[in-house]
Design a protein around this ligand. Structure first.
Ligand code: IPD
Ligand code: CA
Ligand code: CA
Length: 255
């Protein structure tokens, strides 16, 4: 029953997330920097598109599943998602890339039940890549099943997030990056946690590490990686939780 519900939710959300992706593509015609504001620090930016897409998703998701709570990055107040269904939404993951025209950003929608992810949908409009996964049903890229790769650390690319809004973590993080550099094929820093998880799920990288992320950055991507055969924990190896910020280590299970 629940499995059917997740499949139905993915089917109903897919056209909505693609529509929102068109808004991101249309924004390329305009000077996005002029509609940008800071959120707490000069590194953390928000545009009118983050707000527009979140509002659109909030309305559509409440039609698709009225009983589910809505936790969105741009909310002023977040709901308590410990009980029942909730959507966890990042309207644009990779906002700095979006503002600078790097074409490496996406929309991320996770659904949890009692704070555990049960399905995830991530759309990268620049590559027209739609990643989906439901618990126990596998992970898919544009409808085709995907799997993590088998790369050992020596043969694989390792993606890092730099927790840009938490400079107090930079010493620890850059020494960690240095320790991997040289051991692995090479390191990468793409600028979207959700896409970092999708790249791992699609077998493009072997590891993704970031010292601090928010639930909306990684909720959908976590179930996509797990359903693609990978593992996701915090940096101490604990089960990832989605109630507060956390560190993250996602792996193909070999690296
Ligand atoms: C950020 C991106 C970035 C990651 C940060 C996130 P935002 O999300 O995913 O890659 O390093 O930790 O906060 O602010 O662009 O939605
Ligand atoms: Ca984000
Ligand atoms: Ca965001």
């Amino acid at each position: 029953m629940i499995e059917d519900l997740e499949k139905e939710v993915i089917e109903k959300i897919s056209p909505v997330i693609r529509e929102c992706g068109k808004l991101m593509l249309a924004a390329k015609e305009e000077n996005i920097s002029s509609s940008t504001e800071e959120k707490g620090s000069r590194h953390n930016l928000v545009t009118k598109y983050d707000k527009l897409i979140q509002e659109k998703l909030k309305n559509k998701l409440s039609e698709i599943m009225p009983s589910a709570l809505f936790l969105g990055e741009e909310n002023e107040k977040q709901p308590d998602i410990r009980n029942g269904y909730a959507f966890i939404v990042d309207p644009i993951d990779g906002t700095s890339n979006f503002i600078k025209g790097l074409d490496t950003s996406c929309i991320s929608i996770g659904m949890t039940y009692d704070a555990v992810p049960v399905c995830g949908i991530i759309y990268n409009p620049y590559k027209d890549e739609l990643f989906t996964a439901a618990e126990g049903k596998g992970a898919y890229l544009n409808g085709k099943q995907i799997h993590v790769n088998n790369d050992a650390i020596e043969d694989g690319l390792v993606a890092f997030g730099t927790a840009p809004y938490n400079p107090e973590l930079s010493e620890k993080m850059f020494s960690m990056i240095k320790s991997y550099f040289g051991r692995c094929l090479d390191i990468r820093r793409f600028g979207s946690a959700a896409l970092d998880l999708c790249d791992l799920a699609a077998g493009r990288t072997c590891l993704y590490i970031e010292p601090l992320v928010a639930p909306w950055d990684v909720c959908a991507g976590t179930i996509i990686v797990r359903e693609a055969g990978g593992t996701v924990t915090d940096l101490d190896g604990n089960e990832l939780q989605f109630l507060t910020k956390t560190s993250i280590k996602a792996s193909n299970g070999v690296a």
